[in-house]
Design a protein around this ligand. Structure first.
Ligand SMILES: [Zn+2]
Length: 546
């Protein structure tokens, strides 16, 4: 006799629990948003009567995917501005801005994102020459796909007076070219940093900014750039969530928010507009530190805050990654240190004191070595600190051991390996590729690997991550099981959420995805979607309603 009533049964399924034994079940019973039981179909259907029963038609079910490093706010901003992803030349970049202008009368400012000069024939950074003619009296800021560089127009350069302020900008550079050169190309351009200005190694009279700013120089001009309204952002954030849910993504580690954004997320959640699990990393600011000191690890429904995001260096694409030896394709250029060592040490201490994690963006081998040595102190005080390195992209092979010695949690984005495959060797030289994009070694050292996409730097699609990790062009591929764990239970561990989500086990949240097509090790899985996505037992996405 069917005795127990439940809310939902999903049966005729291949439920990949990703529990410690990797058990696969046929059916699952869900009550009050939690998993009550998993088992053979007959057992579950006989034992329980459900308000709703779903025949999964033999499809695969996984714990809801967690993107361990993404940027919902940045993606929302991208949706609000001009989309420059995939432009194939500087001319096309300008054309898209021109088209945007034509369809947006009374434009007060122009923000765009997504250009990537490594997709262009000449691989040269753009200049603002043509933009200046198009946008004479409004500010224009066009972020490179990785957000670590931007092309801004002359108006914004003038408004911000950045050239006069150069020696105040640490961890950033302004790209200049000789005044007598062709203004449409950046071929002979040089990066000018505060050090160069201070050392008087350069006579600025002979140079003119090309419009490209790197790392902290981009931050510098933000104050002179208007922004979208809060309501525009909130609306766009819901759109971002819709896109996540269609891929079965039910959790995002939001990599860096300001104090005001805590209230934004809380508002959306309290209005039941945002149901995915958000683990938000705080940017280091006095207000965010005060928040952490007051609350300690913080939870509000599906929002959890217990980490700080910090930038050790910039990105490889814009030569901001900090290297032990100079760039192969740029003389005497070691990249940029974005946060000074004392500040990083201080943040580590603060995090330890308040029960927070420190998640540091480190791309270059020098940045990684530095952050590992900072984390070493932390390990001595608290072995299960779960301090993370975000990206861990290029490592000196002798530094890998420190991930196991000091329990440093690696958080990587396999799609970066695909995007960087064509030019990383040019930047780094072949000898340095040995420790680059070394996912298998990182997994072996720490025992867990959290996987993400860094969207909107890469596409949101988690199936692209699976494919990228299976076929890492740099050689260190991952097994399918390790990849799936990296997108679920290991990502949950990286956020101290392993007791609540990340695997399908009795008592945990019924947060899961039924996939439209099975995951297999064949190529071209990228077209896959969720067929149904559930958060706490509630269906939040149906493919047939798309
Ligand atoms: Zn990021």
């Amino acid at each position: 006799m069917k005795s127990q009533k439940v809310d939902l049964i999903i049966h005729n399924a291949q439920i990949h629990t990703l529990d410690p034994n990797n058990t696969i079940y046929e059916a699952i019973a869900i009550k009050d948003g939690k998993i009550l039981e998993l088992g053979p179909q007959r057992q579950i259907l006989n034992k329980y009567s459900a308000k709703e029963s779903i025949d999964a038609q033999g499809k695969e079910v996984y714990p809801g995917f967690i993107d361990a490093h993404g940027h919902m706010l940045m993606y929302a901003k991208q949706l609000l501005g001009v989309d420059l992803r995939g432009v194939r030349s500087q001319e096309e970049l300008v054309l898209r801005c021109e088209q945007y202008k034509a369809t947006h009368p009374n434009l007060k400012f122009l923000i765009g994102r997504g250009w990537d000069q490594t997709l262009w024939a000449d691989w040269q950074m753009p200049t603002n020459h043509k933009l200046n003619a198009l946008f004479k009296d409004i500010p224009v800021c066009l972020y490179r796909i990785d957000g670590h560089a931007a092309l801004v127009n002359e108006y914004l350069i003038q408004q911000s007076a950045i050239v006069d302020q150069l020696n105040h900008i640490q961890g950033g550079a302004v790209v200049f070219a000789k005044t007598n050169l062709d203004e449409t190309t950046n071929a002979a351009a040089i990066n000018i940093t505060s050090q160069l200005v201070k050392q008087k190694k350069i006579n600025l009279q002979d140079y003119k900014p090309t419009g490209v700013l790197i790392d902290n120089a981009v931050d510098f001009v933000q104050a002179y750039l208007p922004n979208y309204s809060k309501s525009e952002y909130l609306e766009a954030l819901v759109q971002v969530q819709d896109e996540l849910l269609q891929y079965g993504i039910t959790g995002v580690h939001e990599a860096g928010i300001d104090f005001e954004h805590i209230a934004w997320f809380k508002e959306l959640i309290s209005k039941n507009k945002l149901s995915i699990n958000i683990y938000a990393m705080l940017m280091d600011s006095p207000k965010n530190r005060a928040f952490a000191a007051e609350h300690g690890p913080f939870e509000y429904k599906n929002l959890s805050i217990q980490s700080f995001k910090c930038f050790a260096d910039g990105a490889l694409g814009s030569r901001g990654a900090l290297l032990k030896a100079p760039y192969e394709d740029h003389q005497n250029d070691y990249g940029l240190l974005l946060t000074d060592v004392q500040k990083m040490n201080d943040l580590a201490k603060f995090c330890l004191e308040h029960g927070y994690q420190m998640n540091t963006h480190s791309i270059g081998d020098s940045a990684n070595a530095l952050v590992l040595s900072i984390y070493e102190q932390v390990f001595n005080e608290k072995p299960d600190h779960r301090f993370r390195i975000e990206h861990a992209q290029i490592l000196d092979p002798k530094d890998f051991l420190k991930f196991s010695q000091f329990a440093v949690f690696p958080s990587v984005q396999p799609t970066h390996a695909i995007s960087d495959a064509d030019w990383a060797e040019k930047r780094l030289g072949i000898h340095r590729l040995k420790g680059a994009y070394a996912y298998r070694t990182l997994l072996e050292k720490f025992g867990m690997l959290a996987l993400g996409t860094d969207f909107p730097v890469e596409q949101i699609n988690p199936f692209a991550t699976i494919e990228a990790a299976l076929y890492n062009p740099f050689g260190e591929t991952l097994e399918l099981e390790a990849i799936l764990r990296g997108m679920t239970i290991h990502a949950a561990f990286a956020a101290f959420q392993e007791n609540r989500i990340g695997s399908l086990e009795k008592g945990k949240e019924a947060t899961l995805a039924i996939l439209n097509n099975p995951i297999s090790e064949q190529r071209s899985q990228v077209q896959n979607y969720a067929w149904r996505t559930f958060i706490k037992g509630k269906c939040v996405f149906k493919l047939d309603e798309l």
